[in-house]
Design a binder for this molecule. Structure first.
Ligand code: UD1
Length: 416
């Protein structure tokens, strides 16, 4: 089992950079199926989840070449429309292949996706959207079989602005007949990146980044080159890493527009932040102040930063309340933080955090991607040595997190 050994108590200082966005790369990689041609993607983070997407692309019949952060995908000869069950179980985002396969081949077979355990994660909104577009959705022994004779554009009102459902519907609609309008669409910046990628390929989509997205179906798409946007959650994580150690950091290749609520909360907690184009500078006080957080769909405070703030507020002065409104079980990390001396109480959808002066190194276990990252941050501040087991979750979504933090003065050893 792989782990991080972290010697805490080092103040982070220096310059680092943000890698390409995980949550933009995943749907864009699935979307490369649609052009039956060549897609050159740049700034793709080298993480476990993108490696899984490459595995699925290959199993469907694509040729894939990678060098550093460049991935070239040739989708000319897709022969298989079934997403392998073991890979579906590995990663929730595999479900995004459904939209691309149906859009292009009018057929997709897949099973219920797995991924991080942060509560029930149904796909009913994806399937309802498919059905509205005229796709027949059948379930047989746990397999979902989607087929269609003809797919016609229509209006879809999402019951909730689900990121995945919005992306899957866009992928089906790009090549279908007529116009599709998605209302109450998710507004996350990664959806805008997917729109920009698809439009570069020849699609006709407008409105991503707002609640109404319009997709005019086209007959054919072309080869494409595309640079993936920076990862806003990694940017937030790096800023918080310096903040929890009372440090000073310059984060390059960041888009401050995408992380306004994170910047606001860090300022409220006492950090000084300066933004200059794609660079964010943060200087933290010795001890942060308590702040309250409520997670919301974009442009609200992102649920993916909830656990990270859980860590930094565990050492702030005063009592903070975090309310998780998106996922039903995203507090597992809190029990691990308690082992390090954090004073946290879980009350339904809320965490009540009484900031402790000190955290102490301990043996803890990472339970999911962002929960794992929150333990890394707590360990940076803690007195003594922390061993974080099961870092496979962290490696799913962060590119070289240990190396980036070490370059700022942290002392993290990865044991594989
Ligand atoms: C995406 C992100 C994830 C982020 C989340 C919310 C990717 C790869 N992942 O996940 O990092 O935490 O957005 O910002 O982009 N829901 C349903 N039925 C559905 C679909 C969703 O009830 O058919 C519910 C979910 O259970 C959850 C909420 O809607 O409670 C949000 O889910 P969704 O926006 O779909 O998140 P993901 O696309 O899975």
């Amino acid at each position: 089992m792989s782990s991080y050994i972290i010697e805490g108590g080092k103040r982070l200082e220096g310059e680092t950079f943000v890698s390409g966005s995980k949550n933009a790369s995943l749907p864009i990689m699935a979307a490369t199926i649609l052009n039956k041609g060549i897609s050159k993607l740049y700034n793709v983070p080298k993480i476990h989840d993108t490696q899984m997407m490459i595995e699925i692309l290959k199993r469907l019949g694509c040729k894939v070449k990678c060098s550093k952060n460049k991935v070239i995908i040739d989708s000319t000869n897709v022969k298989n429309q079934e997403i392998p069950e073991n890979l579906m179980r590995e990663m929730r985002s595999s479900v995004i292949f459904a939209g691309a396969l149906i859009g292009c081949y009018k057929k997709a077979i897949f099973s219920y996706p797995g991924g991080c355990d942060i509560g029930a994660r149904p796909i009913d909104l994806h399937l309802k959207g498919f059905e509205k577009l005229g796709i027949i959705v059948q379930e047989n022994f746990g397999k979902i079989i989607c087929t269609a004779e003809e797919i016609n554009g229509t209006e879809i009102n999402l019951d909730f602005p689900s990121v995945g459902a919005t992306e899957n519907i866009i992928l089906v609609a790009v090549l279908c007949k007529g116009e599709t309008i998605i209302r109450n669409a998710a507004m996350e910046p990664e959806i805008e990146d997917l729109q920009n990628f698809l439009n570069r390929m020849g699609a006709k989509i407008e409105g991503a980044g707002t609640h109404v997205i319009k997709i005019k179906g086209v007959h054919k798409l072309n080869d494409v080159s595309y640079n993936i946007m920076p990862d806003r959650i990694e940017a937030g994580t790096l800023l918080c890493s310096a903040a929890i150690t009372g440090g000073k950091i310059e984060v390059k290749n960041a888009n401050a527009e995408h992380i306004k609520p994170i910047i606001d909360k860090l300022e409220e907690a006492g950090c000084e932040i300066k933004i200059d184009k794609d660079t964010i500078n943060l200087r933290a006080p010795k001890r942060l102040k308590a702040v309250d957080i409520r997670t919301m769909p974009y442009p609200g405070f992102p649920t993916d930063m909830q656990a990270i703030f859980g860590a930094i507020l565990a050492t702030a002065s005063g009592t903070s309340i975090i309310t998780e409104n998106i996922f039903e079980n995203r507090f597992k990390y809190a029990e691990e933080l308690q082992r390090m001396g954090a004073k946290i109480k879980i009350e339904g959808k809320a965490l009540i955090i009484k900031g402790a002066r000190k955290l102490y190194g301990a043996k803890v276990k990472s339970t999911d991607l962002r929960g794992g990252a929150s333990l890394v941050l707590a360990a940076l501040r803690a007195k003594g040595k922390t061993e974080i087991e099961d870092i496979k979750f962290i490696l799913r979504g962060y590119e070289k997190l240990d190396q980036k933090l070490n370059s700022l003065g942290a002392n993290i050893t990865a044991v594989y």
